[in-house]
Design a protein around this ligand. Structure first.
Ligand code: SF4
Length: 434
């Protein structure tokens, strides 16, 4: 979502007369869009600003804006600690970037924009065409979270759940398609909690997917990130009915232990999670999954940890994110008693080894197969091209060409490593179905 937000911030800054540059050592304005999920996020911001100060020591100071969730969480503290920062702007207030830039041009006063103004934000963004021109593009359809997992900062930094109207989303999708998008990933902190209304009727996330599939030039649809609680039957049914919906789902579970899930306030059990997986597999037999895992959460025993291991083996996640539990200030779990660091580290290694083995085996199994690949771009400083197969695995193609960008072509898988497949284009003239 930060990638989407960064692009939209660039669109807004353009309105204020600024253009995007890759020359970060010679710019009038420096916007640092931040994420607060990971450990040491705040320190990374100060580190980046420190580097900036050094680079601009003998030059005119650029306007420095810190946007995103770190700005939201730390706001005034940040302005007080680092005088080089001109404004902090939360993720629901970045539609104010043009007016903030003009204010900062007039007078050098520190500004704090951290209201949860999400309706105004999207009203403003809707007046501005999304200039993103990638084959695979993002659209934020939902923001915020009402789930309040005990370990997570998102409900405090992104605010309550808010869904955009279907009309706004379809309009933005059409703009992206005109710009060359063939694949759209629908984004939200709880994307499948999406709920709006159309002509007085409730309009669900599944309705949005059904409507998007009618956009002819759009070949692939994905969505992330989902909460198991919102994985409704109509949405599962979409995976059966909508051919453009790709057979891959990132569905965070965090732990395989019911006790830990309860301590996390996840609002679902292991059994409920597994039943969703089974129903999705019934709806789309070739569907594959990835997940997020927190290892060493307060109260996690050896038995709880091995419940996670058995769940991983049962689902066979092909790609996942796993971290040692990191207490985040302001969350309920911050005050829970943590478990031994060494035990946490040991468990993370066991889990990651298992996840890596499954991923490697999955990629090895692809060798020799013919796969439909959406070609996204030529790789930097290489003659190879980059694309993805239907289950999102990245693939490097050695014999594609510029004309293949934006097409779905047959690629024979020749080699693999843990993260990536390597292949060659076949049936040169044939563009295949999604
Ligand atoms: S559902 Fe996701 S975003 Fe919401 S609190 Fe839980 S982990 Fe955070």
């Amino acid at each position: 979502m930060n990638e989407y937000d960064s692009n939209r911030i660039a669109d807004l800054a353009k309105q204020a007369g600024y253009i995007k540059t890759s020359n970060i050592n010679n710019t009038d304005c420096y916007i640092l869009n931040t994420c607060h999920i990971r450990e040491k996020a705040t320190e990374k911001v100060y580190h980046d600003i420190g580097r900036l100060k050094k680079n601009y020591k003998n030059k005119k100071k650029p306007i420095v804006l810190v946007t995103g969730c770190v700005a939201q969480a730390e706001n005034n503290e940040m302005l007080e600690r680092e005088s080089y920062i001109d404004a902090v702007i939360g993720p629901q207030s970045y539609h104010n970037v043009p007016s903030i830039l003009s204010k900062l041009n007039d007078r050098r006063k520190k500004l704090n924009f951290t209201d949860f103004d999400v309706v105004k934000k999207f009203d403003r963004l809707n007046t501005l065409k999304n200039s993103e021109s990638k084959v695979s593009s993002f659209i934020t359809v939902q923001e915020g979270c009402d789930k309040f997992c005990n370990f997570c900062v998102v409900p405090y930094t992104r605010g309550p759940e808010h869904s955009r109207s279907p009309e706004e989303i379809i309009e933005e999708a059409k703009d992206l398609i005109i710009n060359g998008a063939k694949e759209i990933t629908l984004l939200g902190q709880n994307v499948n909690a999406y709920s709006s209304n159309k002509k007085g009727k409730i309009y669900k996330f599944s309705d949005l997917i059904m409507e998007l599939q009618n956009l002819e030039e759009l070949k692939r649809i994905r969505y992330t990130t989902s909460h198991p609680k919102d994985m409704t039957n109509d949405l599962i049914d979409c995976h059966k009915k909508v051919k453009k919906l790709m057979p891959f789902l990132h569905l965070p579970v965090q732990s395989g232990s019911n006790k830990i899930l309860k301590n996390m306030n996840r609002k679902h059990t292991r059994e409920e999670y597994l039943s969703i997986i089974q129903n999705l597999e019934k709806a789309k037999p070739d569907i594959r999954f990835s997940s997020d895992f927190i290892v060493g959460y307060p109260g996690e025993t050896e038995e709880d940890f091995y419940d996670t291991i058995s769940l991983v083996k049962e689902v066979n996640f092909i790609n996942s994110f796993s971290f040692i539990y990191n207490p985040r200030p302001g969350t309920p779990a911050f005050n829970f008693e943590t478990i031994n660091k060494e035990i946490q580290k040991k468990r993370l290694i066991i889990l990651q080894n298992l996840l890596e083995n499954i991923q490697t085996k999955e990629n090895k199994n692809q060798v020799g197969k013919l796969k439909g690949v959406l070609i996204e771009n030529k790789m930097k400083n290489q003659s190879n091209y980059f694309g993805r197969i239907r289950n999102l695995t990245p693939i490097v193609i050695s014999n594609a060409n510029e004309k293949d960008i934006g097409k779905i072509i047959d690629v024979r898988i020749k080699n693999y490593n843990r993260n990536t497949l390597f292949g060659v284009k076949e049936n040169a003239e044939r563009e295949v179905a999604a």
